[in-house]
Design a protein around this ligand. Structure first.
Ligand SMILES: Nc1nc2c(c(CN[C@H]3C=C[C@H](O)[C@@H]3O)cn2[C@@H]2O[C@H](COP(=O)(O)O)[C@@H](O)[C@H]2O)c(=O)[nH]1
Length: 341
């Protein structure tokens, strides 16, 4: 398999050469200071993954790990062209949008007796079965349904052929090392290879591969097979929400030209210069916020090495973006239709 620089090295290179996106060091420091008191609170920690999100599995067993694998294999492209016309899923008297609509559809299928998280099922699912499981409660279907069908079949076949049908086997093979699990995923599951070329250099983001490792760590509660000793080596997950919140919090800036394109709803292609700059600068910006947070705790004589990492910062910022949609509406997210985020 072709070797790409890590997402962190890629992000540093992109931030140093970026034209339309810039990381504001002072802004990143201010965000770290504003998070300082929150970072030691319970909901910032690993337990928040279950306690704050009712659709996430409660268990920490093989089925829960397979739930995470299925969801993160499909964890991309939920945005809708028009805010008032979007894919929604009703589950247990609540209506979910975006990423949560995917989780609601998965749980709805499981409740209906469809073994959607079993590789032996999704390896041979037909397109009609995928359409049925992920049917919408509005007239707007889930975007990229054909691509989702393809990656489900592809990933299911690999799980059956190489990992005995369960992602837990892959996790065990990683021997509690996050980077080893990340590379096992990249080597074996092509749809997770989230890469690009920028200024003639290969760069990587690995958004779904890294969030898969992070969600595996979270669903296993950081214990047993999920007690990754190097979880802090992961970066944040370069999706279309984190950049929005970083600009909103003034830790990152867009050029006027780019902001104009975003306001016009320009559809970018995966790998476009602006898209790569947005994603790379987001990763680099959050690495700085993490660094500043660690320094603030060290000054107070508190070792928060285990408590502050890009994964927990990401989860916090992502939840913040969901909870502050209204305040953030003047910062458009960048629009790309792809299977990577
Ligand atoms: N950076 C980052 N991106 C994340 C997630 C999640 C959900 N995961 C965690 C959330 C709660 C649990 O703790 C899960 O572990 C989804 N996304 C991305 O967001 C986009 C969907 O956004 P909206 O259209 O607003 O639903 C899409 O690109 C999707 O891929 C995350 O955590 N971080």
């Amino acid at each position: 398999m072709e070797v790409f620089p890590s997402p962190l090295e890629s992000a540093k290179f992109i931030a140093e050469h970026s034209k339309d996106v810039s990381v504001d060091e002072e802004g990143a420091r201010r965000v770290a200071e504003s998070l300082f008191d929150k970072a030691s609170a319970a909901e910032f920690g690993l337990a928040g993954w279950k306690s704050l999100h009712e659709l996430n599995p409660r268990a920490a067993d093989k089925e829960a790990v397979d739930w995470v694998f299925l969801v993160d294999t499909l964890n991309f492209s939920f945005w809708s062209e028009q805010e008032d016309r979007k894919y929604l899923v009703k589950y247990k008297d609540k209506t979910y949008s975006g990423y949560w609509s995917l989780c609601a559809a998965v749980n709805r299928a499981l409740d209906d007796g469809i073994p959607i998280t079993s590789a032996s099922y999704f390896a041979t699912m037909t397109l009609d079965q995928v359409r049925h499981v992920f049917r919408s409660d509005t007239e707007v279907p889930l975007p990229l349904i054909e691509e989702r069908h393809r990656v489900l079949n592809e990933s299911g076949i690999v799980l059956l052929e190489k990992f005995g049908g369960s992602f837990l086997t892959c996790v065990k093979m990683s021997e509690k090392n996050a980077q080893k699990l990340l590379h096992l995923v990249l080597e074996n599951f092509p749809s997770y290879r989230d890469e690009a070329v920028f200024e003639k250099k290969k760069v990587s983001f690995y958004k779904r591969a890294q969030i898969l490792v992070a969600d595996t760590w979270s669903v296993l509660e950081g214990k047993g097979d999920g007690s990754f000793d190097d979880i802090s080596s992961l970066t944040i997950f370069a999706d279309y929400r984190i950049p929005q919140v970083l600009v909103h919090l003034k830790a990152m800036k867009y050029s006027e030209e780019l902001m104009k394109k975003l306001h016009e709803g320009t559809l970018f292609q995966s790998g476009d210069k602006e898209e790569v700059e947005i994603r790379g600068c987001s990763i680099w910006c959050c690495a700085l916020i993490c660094k500043h947070l660690q320094e603030l705790y060290q000054k107070k004589g508190q070792d928060m090495q285990e408590k502050i990492n890009a994964v927990l910062l990401d989860y916090y910022l992502w939840d913040y973006a969901r909870d502050h949609r209204e305040e953030m509406k003047d910062i458009p997210f960048h629009r790309v239709r792809c299977i990577y985020y």
